[in-house]
Design a protein around this ligand. Structure first.
Ligand code: CU
Length: 476
């Protein structure tokens, strides 16, 4: 396959910035990313509507110059001047209108990753927005879809570059009736990036050896960011339980998250809460994937770290030499205050109705090769899977090569039936599923609404941009 474009995921501090010389000034202030600063949540998109159950926001993608790394300015792309972009914060049932403006020098889209919405608002490569153009994205947040999602560009062949330049932000959908008690919520937008000595985001020439490695692995960077900050601090009180929503926006990096000395409690996946909380010592978070965790304070005055443990997703030929290094992401500091009584966590969160495998109307075979799906690269003029609204299908996905490929389906959440023949131990809604090297998984999906042409693809962005993607047509 041809050289992949890189991706990067950059990041930076929510900051501000002056636009580049040929763009008007978009703000001032500043920032300077500091190592160890508070991992404060990204800013929220401001709702300009006064109508009930309506969220109306302005979102602009533009070229900016910001301190992505502490003290070093970089040319970047940003949503409303921030990296990560401001969070879209909505409730189930809300009517959402996003007035989007493209001030970038290239075509873009905004893909609302994981949201169940009409095809026209999916922001897929079928609906590019040209430089200088505006577009209103509109959708209604469905009941039962409360959870953590994210938005990012999805233009034809340029997704990795655009996200790497800084275009990504979180979406939080609150439940009409949340079973978890109120507690401090933290959003952790994970990303990584790689820079040249002058601060430029490093996108090597596709024909260079580094470009070839990025194309194979998916572009990774040695600088790990949480909410645009390097190794920030989260403060908690002894006995306190916090709810963390974690989003992996990286182009290629799969995070294997653990808190040193602590068992976490997983309460949610891509599509919202699980049926019951599950204690976990670590979480594997594929590119594009989200998780909700409950995290506990330690003894007063102590500290621990959220870490990224080694995970071998690579083929041996291009595996990074430092892949076995454990990396610190966040300092979790427990205050010296007297302990509080931990909040009681319900043993039951919700019911997820299983999709019935005996009602499946088709079984699709999806084979991941290196850079190809079922032997093809992407052709927007071709339909790879054709079906109808109301159909329920099993997708039997096989990864026949020696590196992981994270699967993503647009528009519809699915349930995992089994992995390598082992039944999934709990039910969950997902739009991402890592398919490890030489493994299989079966998922079940129902197209309950929304005809259109939907993408399915590998979410290693270099692979996606080089054609590891297909078209699912759902006919009315
Ligand atoms: Cu892939």
């Amino acid at each position: 396959m041809s050289k992949m474009m890189l991706v990067a995921v950059l990041v930076l501090c929510s900051t501000r910035v002056m636009a580049t010389s040929h763009h008007e000034m978009r703000g001032t202030t500043s920032f300077a990313a500091r190592i160890g600063e508070d991992a404060s949540n990204p800013p929220l998109l401001v709702n300009i509507s006064r109508a009930p159950h309506t969220v109306e926001v302005n979102l602009t993608a533009a070229v900016t110059r910001l301190a992505l790394q502490p003290g070093v300015m970089s040319h970047a792309f940003a949503y409303n001047g921030h990296v990560p972009g401001p969070t879209l914060d909505v409730r189930e049932g809300d009517h959402v209108i996003i007035h989007f403006r493209n001030e970038l020098p290239e075509a873009t889209t905004v893909h609302w990753h994981g949201i169940h919405l009409p095809f026209e608002s999916d922001g897929s490569p079928f609906h590019p927005i040209q430089p200088g153009e505006s577009h209103d994205y509109m959708f209604t947040v469905q009941r039962g879809t409360a959870g953590t999602y994210w938005y990012h560009p999805h233009p034809d062949k340029r997704t990795g570059f655009a996200i790497g330049k800084g275009l990504f932000g979180a979406i939080v959908v609150h439940a009409a009736d949340d079973p978890l008690p109120p507690m401090t919520e933290k959003l952790l937008v994970l990303s990584d990036n790689r820079f040249l000595a002058d601060g430029a985001i490093d996108f090597p020439d596709a024909a260079s050896s580094n470009g070839g490695i990025d194309e194979e692995n998916g572009r990774e960077g040695p600088v790990l960011f949480v909410n645009g900050k390097v190794m920030p601090t989260i403060t908690i009180r002894s006995g306190e339980i916090q709810r963390w929503r974690v989003v992996n926006t990286s182009a290629g990096r799969i995070f294997r998250l653990a808190i040193h000395g602590q068992t976490m409690t997983q309460v949610g996946t891509d599509g919202g809460l699980l049926e019951s909380p599950i204690d976990v010592n670590e979480i594997l978070l594929a590119t594009g994937e989200r998780v909700e965790l409950l995290v506990r304070g330690g003894a007063p005055g102590t500290a621990t770290t959220l870490q990224n443990l080694p995970y071998d997703r690579y083929s041996p030929q291009t595996r990074p030499v430092d892949w076995k290094v454990t990396r610190d992401l966040v300092t979790l500091r427990t205050t010296t205050d007297a302990p509080v009584r931990p909040t009681a966590i319900p043993v039951r969160l919700r019911t997820i109705t299983p999709l019935d495998t005996t009602m499946a109307t088709a079984v699709r075979t999806i084979v991941f090769g290196q850079g190809i799906i079922n032997g093809h690269t992407m052709d927007m003029g071709r339909v790879d899977v054709s079906t109808r609204v109301g159909a329920t299908e099993i997708w039997d996905i096989a990864n026949i090569v020696g590196m992981d490929h994270p699967f993503h389906l647009h528009g519809f959440q699915f349930q995992v039936i089994d992995r390598d023949g082992v039944p999934e131990p709990f039910r969950a809604w997902r739009d991402m599923l890592n398919i490890p090297k030489h493994s299989t998984a079966r998922i079940i999906v129902r197209y309950d609404d929304y005809p259109g042409k939907w993408m399915f693809h590998c979410h290693i962005l270099d692979h996606e941009d080089h054609g590891m993607m297909g078209v699912l047509e759902v006919k009315p």
